[in-house]
Design a protein around this ligand. Structure first.
Ligand code: AMP
Length: 295
């Protein structure tokens, strides 16, 4: 039994785009969460971890102030938080590969846009610090209007000339007669950790959980490849295998000059890769998913 003091606290989004993927990530890391609908906390039953289920823009503050030890949050929210000098910074432990989106300026769909068009205009955004920083860095004078939702409506309502908003597919912008014109931040979810002193016991647990999460991310992107090849083609085949260091090479019984190659590829393996391997002389190519991995 662990005491409340030594249980880790992780802040995750209560509901919304990141909530489900955050929960799945912890599940894939072997963490069983006992939650009940409407609760603000959830308890892991097989790891000393409690989840604080909160709004995503509260997550950096909770972790920065040391109320929570770890958090899962979009880089968009984190970078906006970091631009306020009053906020305590946090450490980013790893990218999580979900919640991908970009913060972009959007202009009326029929406008021949260039950045200079922003000069002297009004720009609506939920990310005033990131937007102002971009404008300052590019020597553009413009008024930033902060909105907390429905930013893409601002031009239609006459509140602003342009918007700077999160985009993933661009459909919302399109539906409002806008088009994305300039990206100021590419974002995905990240795992963050407090810089506050959490003591050695909690720190060891945070390291253990991070190692598991690293393993889940690496596994999602990795494949195990097995193939046969003539020895003479080994150099070329090793070059083609994506993200594979030092493959295992074994002799094939009864096939002089041929070897079996096994490798973990830490990048996506596309059909084009298999075609290139075949052209280089590989045969009997198998690509298999990896269930668990600890690096
Ligand atoms: P939600 O509260 O459900 O809107 O989730 C917001 C978080 O999801 C943002 O802070 C982003 O990190 C991420 N996200 C991914 N795609 C989008 C998108 N198209 N619009 C808004 N947020 C997005």
């Amino acid at each position: 039994m662990t005491t409340t003091l030594t249980r880790l606290r992780m802040a995750t989004q209560k509901s919304g785009r990141l909530a489900e993927a955050s929960e799945r990530l912890l599940k894939d890391a072997g963490i069983k969460i006992r939650s009940s609908k409407g609760q603000l906390t959830a308890r892991a039953t097989n790891f000393p971890l409690d989840l604080m289920l909160v709004r995503d823009d509260d997550i950096p503050t909770l972790v920065g102030d040391g109320v929570c030890d770890l958090g899962i949050v979009g880089q968009n929210v984190l970078e906006e938080y970091r631009l306020d000098p009053a906020n305590e910074d946090v450490d980013v432990l790893c990218r999580l590969g979900f919640g991908g989106c970009s913060l972009r300026f959007a202009a009326p769909a029929d406008e021949a846009f260039e950045l200079a068009n922003l000069e002297g205009t009004r720009i609506a955004t939920s990310y005033p610090l990131l937007t102002r920083k971009f404008l300052e860095d590019n020597g553009i004078q413009a008024e930033v209007v902060t909105m907390h939702g429905a930013v893409e409506l601002a031009p239609r309502l006459g509140i602003a000339d342009y918007v700077c908003d999160l985009v993933s597919t661009g459909q919302t912008l399109e539906a409002n007669g806008l088009k994305p014109v300039h990206t100021i931040l590419e974002s995905e979810s990240v795992l963050i950790r407090t810089r506050a002193d959490i003591g050695s016991e909690k720190s060891d647990r945070a390291d253990a959980l991070t190692t598991r999460i690293d393993g889940v991310i690496a596994t999602a992107e990795s494949k195990y490849i097995v193939l046969n090849a003539p020895e003479t083609a080994l150099e070329e085949i090793t070059r083609i295998l994506p993200g594979a260091e030092a493959p295992t090479v074994m002799p094939l019984l009864g096939r002089e000059g041929h070897v079996a190659v096994q490798a973990v590829c830490q990048e996506s393996v596309f059909w084009e890769t298999l075609e290139a391997l075949k052209r280089a002389g590989a045969t009997d190519i198998l690509v298999m998913p990896i269930e668990k991995m600890m690096l």
